[in-house]
Design a protein around this ligand. Structure first.
Ligand code: BTN
Length: 257
């Protein structure tokens, strides 16, 4: 038995363009559950949502922590109808969907590869996971800060939430409904291959033309250069003293060097 939350409305009023919803009070990870459901055949657009996660997964082996009532923790099953989709763009296209869903907030941008920022602070992180075998499907997991009014000391100054930006609490079911529409639109653009989602990504990308430090592997030395944008695969282009370098993965920091 658990206390109802604002998320329960998702059962009564499933968001538009969603093929099914599973709402949890507490779960280890919505990504873990969505991958399980995808393996069992869950259709494209199936959502797993939770009030809290005990083992929320972040990018590059990090964790994503949550407190009840605060964040939107959602994973969506993606099952493209085409076999030739550009999988490497899925994490970036997902960030476009989150950014578009927050368009009413001032200063929305994307930090490569797929953090969503508001006024320079992270409001959302995305983790895309795919099983190597089986049918071509993936899970896009999104952590979106909604009702936090403060963050732990280590995130103070670098994280924000919808409530902190607008000074008002938000209903997570409403936030999820807007996000679901934008995810559906961005996934459709991605599959159609018209370049629209990629153009939107480039328009939202923060730091182009500025000095950045790239850490391709955790714990390793950073590579400094001027960020030139992303290439046709969504990989980061960095102009260094030794020439143009491309990074398929990494963390970037806007630096003053
Ligand atoms: C990042 O490191 O920035 C990505 C964080 C992704 C967190 C979300 S919360 C919902 C989904 N379930 C998980 O276990 N992780 C993702």
């Amino acid at each position: 038995m658990r206390l109802p939350t604002d998320l329960d409305r998702l059962y009564r009023e499933p968001p538009p363009r969603v093929s099914g919803v599973e709402v949890h009070g507490v779960i280890d990870s919505t990504n873990r559950r969505a991958l399980e459901l995808a393996e069992e055949g869950a259709p494209h657009g199936f959502l797993v949502v939770a009030d809290r996660q005990t083992r929320g997964r972040g990018r590059r082996g990090r964790t994503w922590s949550s407190t009840p009532g605060d964040g939107l923790l959602v994973s969506v099953v993606v099952r493209p109808t085409r076999s030739d989709v550009a999988w490497e763009w899925l994490p970036l296209v997902s960030a476009v969907a989150v950014a578009r869903s927050l368009r009413d907030l001032p200063g929305v941008a994307v930090k490569w590869p797929n953090d969503v920022l508001v006024a320079g602070r992270k409001i959302s992180g995305i983790l895309v996971e795919r099983r190597a075998s089986g049918t071509p499907s993936a899970v896009v997991g999104i952590g979106l800060n909604v009702n936090q009014d403060r963050f732990p000391i280590e995130l103070e100054g670098s994280a924000t939430s919808i409530r902190m930006v607008t000074d008002k609490p938000a209903d997570r079911a409403d936030v999820a409904a807007v996000l679901a529409v934008e995810l559906d639109r961005a996934f459709a653009e991605w599959q159609e291959g018209t370049g629209e989602a990629e153009r939107s990504y480039r328009a939202l990308l923060d730091g182009v033309g500025r000095p950045v430090a790239v850490r391709p592997f955790q714990g390793e030395a950073a590579v400094h250069g001027i960020m030139e944008g992303v290439d046709a695969s969504g990989f980061l282009l960095l102009r260094t003293e030794a020439g143009l370098r491309t990074f398929a993965a990494g963390d970037i920091t806007l630096s003053s060097r």
